[in-house]
Design a protein around this ligand. Structure first.
Ligand code: CA
Length: 274
């Protein structure tokens, strides 16, 4: 069972290689490198992937089994995942479906690693909704180019949180979300919201009472959760609250659950209090 973050092979090797690896992963996270999850049971292929991705400014993370990958993904969704089709414990296509079903899973671009000869695998992968495939054996330069292209494309395609489209009042409450105009009205008044304030309020208002953790909000509202931090969420909630208060000074519709996250209050009055 391997599940390791890696630095380029040239990273100074100290007496404890695992510690070095962890330090490298921490450093990578600190400088906001996009985290790439690699799920591949062949260590020689995984080593190549780890090396080329780390050398190119990514923070790659290797899992040798689907089980490890599911746990890693659930703990921290990556910016992108590369899945081998032939894994020991689960078929890569089945793993793809399970990853997609995890919170935020459908926002993470996925690439399949397939055998060059296996056209069927490529077709199945793309039909399932994978963003691209990489045929083995692959050239490192081509691989990095594909990863960059998919990340760019997904950042363009997913500016709005992927959730059920709603253009009618979400609850018989004070919020009305208009996705087409990217506008939210609050007691009949249109709010002037930034992109992320819109995303946050849209998500919270769809499920009054539902508690969203900061990680969930980062994953669902920001293009790439691992490029931001918890305090980013807090900062945007703060400005959002100020805008809501400007319209209705006596109400505070966003509840803070200390140490957990945020939820929209379930008991807001139907009419703006006089
Ligand atoms: Ca394999």
């Amino acid at each position: 069972m391997h599940c390791l973050a890696s630095a380029p092979a040239k990273f100074p090797s100290l007496s404890n290689p695992r510690k070095t690896t962890q330090e490298a992963a921490t450093i990578a996270a600190m400088v906001n490198k996009p985290r790439i999850l690699i799920v591949e049971d062949e260590s020689s292929i995984a080593d190549t992937l780890l090396y080329v991705l780390a050398a190119d400014g990514f923070a790659p993370h290797w899992c040798a089994t689907a089980t490890e990958a599911l746990a890693q993904f659930a703990a921290e969704p990556p910016a992108l995942a590369i899945l081998d089709v032939g894994l020991p414990d689960l078929n890569g296509f089945e793993l793809f479906k399970r990853l997609q079903a995890l919170p935020g899973g459908n926002l993470v671009p996925l690439l399949f690693l397939t055998a060059r000869s296996d056209e069927v695998d490529r077709v199945v992968g793309l039909e399932l909704g994978a963003d691209d495939y990489i045929a083995k054996p692959f050239s490192p330069r081509e691989l990095v180019a594909r990863v960059r292209t998919v990340l760019r494309r997904s950042a363009r395609q997913a500016p709005v949180p992927a959730a059920t489209p709603i253009s009618t009042p979400v609850t018989p409450g004070p919020f009305h979300i208009d996705d087409e105009r990217r506008r939210i009205t609050y007691y009949g008044e249109a709010l002037d919201l930034s992109r992320y304030e819109f995303g946050l309020l849209r998500l919270l208002a769809q499920r009054p009472g539902r508690v969203f953790t900061r990680d969930e909000l980062l994953t669902k509202v920001w293009d790439s959760g691992n490029d931001s931090f918890d305090r980013t969420v807090d900062a945007h909630i703060k400005t959002l609250r100020a805008k809501l208060r400007a319209h209705a000074p006596s109400l505070d519709p966003i509840r803070t659950l200390r140490g957990t996250g945020y939820a929209l209050s379930e008991d807001l009055p139907r009419q703006l209090p006089a």
